[in-house]
Ligand binder design. Structure first.
Ligand SMILES: Nc1ncnc2c1ncn2[C@@H]1O[C@H](COP(=O)(O)OP(=O)(O)OP(=O)(O)O)[C@@H](O)[C@H]1O
Length: 363
């Protein structure tokens, strides 16, 4: 005979608040599979993303709530799991969230952030895709060591579908796979839009929690095409600390906030924030000035997603086709995974806010 009841367990867990969503776990329907056997109490906590940075804290709070409100003799087993939330049809079947990565200026590390974000999300267990829509300078083939690769096409239900390339646990497509790297891209207007839409519509993406899109720098046709064709969950803005980069980032943000576009800003990432020599990782030299990225985030009331240092290994690993986030245990991998967790957290918050606190969990 069980000593405790399911009601007691739910009652106890209704005292645990999801810190981001500001509601208790029971109201949010995040507690499932409760089993009670004598003193053993087990249940699952369904987080809104496997990249949840508050996972350990929530698990601890659940354990404490059971011990405090049910019994200090309870033996608690918690299965921390997740189902990524979504709020709207992204226009790409099977894709729950589209995350645009943008910058005002070129060369600030937008592609580096997009790639390490996608891989960082995948390392937490999410299903991730990456589109390189930087039609004027696609760099993702190089960053994945995939120059010269041509994706295959196959028939699915009578339609020809492009098969994304799978590498390092994510699916990816780059406009660079379809162009000659030695030829400038003379596409303009409608041709550009068609090519980019095909990367979304004509590919067999399967089920994805997050589709990360590396946009071209600045504000232009492709931004309009992507944001108006596919309901983008939110945009990550990449800047460097210099005033010129910050001023251009502000213009980029302005575009996403325009009524006709209306894409939420998930946050600002400051890249190349400070120089740090590999042999002296504690020494930080803010050679381009300090705090610009966080001030920009504050000025638009968006989260600041972190400072990424200027480190030789970031560019070396990108050039070598193995992005730095894959360097297990390195400081750089840690910085990018932390950034990916913050982005996933903001996606979950946006999704929850968009549907008035109710969470849509796609099965
Ligand atoms: N934090 C960093 N430390 C060292 N090198 C970096 C860092 N971030 C990016 N780089 C290097 O700077 C160069 C430009 O980066 P990246 O291609 O990511 O920029 P981008 O903003 O996408 O450029 P584009 O405007 O061409 O799209 C690359 O060689 C990259 O490896």
């Amino acid at each position: 005979m069980s000593t405790f009841t399911q009601e007691q367990v739910l009652q106890a867990l209704s005292n645990v608040e999801e810190p981001d969503l500001k509601k208790d776990l029971v109201t949010l329907n995040m507690i499932q599979n409760i089993h009670i056997d004598g003193n053993n109490i087990s249940f699952s906590v369904i987080l809104t993303t496997p990249a949840c940075p508050l996972k350990a804290m929530i698990e601890n709070a659940c354990r404490n709530a059971i011990m405090y409100f049910v019994s200090k003799d309870a033996v608690v087993h918690i299965d921390m799991t997740s189902k990524v939330t979504t709020q709207k049809n992204t226009g790409v079947p099977g894709v729950k969230n589209i995350i645009a990565v943008a910058s005002g200026k070129g060369g600030v590390g937008k592609s580096t952030v997009a790639v390490n974000l996608a891989l960082g999300l995948a390392r937490t267990g999410a299903k991730v895709g990456l589109i390189d829509a930087d039609i004027y300078g696609p760099s993702i083939p190089i960053m994945f060591g995939l120059e010269g690769t041509r994706p295959m096409a196959r028939e699915v239900d009578g339609k020809t579908r492009i098969e994304p390339i799978e590498k390092y646990g994510i699916k990816l497509l780059s406009i660079g796979f379809f162009t000659d790297p030695n030829q400038p891209v003379p596409w303009r207007g409608p041709m550009v839009s068609t090519a980019v839409k095909q990367l979304f519509n004509d590919a067999d993406w399967g089920e994805l929690d997050y589709l990360v899109v590396d946009l071209p720098p600045g504000t232009g046709d492709i931004h309009i095409t992507v944001t108006q064709t596919f309901p983008v969950t939110g945009a990550v803005i990449v800047t460097t600390p210099q005033n010129v980069a910050l001023a251009d980032a502000k213009k980029g943000i302005g575009m996403f906030m325009m009524n006709a576009i209306n894409v939420p800003i998930l946050g600002v990432v400051e890249n190349m924030s400070y120089f740090t020599p590999a042999e002296l990782p504690d020494n930080k030299y803010y050679i381009f000035g300090q705090g610009g990225g966080s001030k920009l985030a504050e000025s638009i009331k968006a989260p600041f997603l972190g400072e990424i240092p200027l480190v030789k290994s970031i560019s070396e690993s990108g050039d070598a086709g193995k992005p730095v986030v894959l360097q297990e245990g390195s400081i750089m991998a840690g910085a990018f995974i932390e950034m990916a967790q913050k982005v996933a957290q903001q996606v979950a918050i946006c999704n929850a806010n968009a549907i008035n606190g109710a969470i849509v969990v796609n099965n």
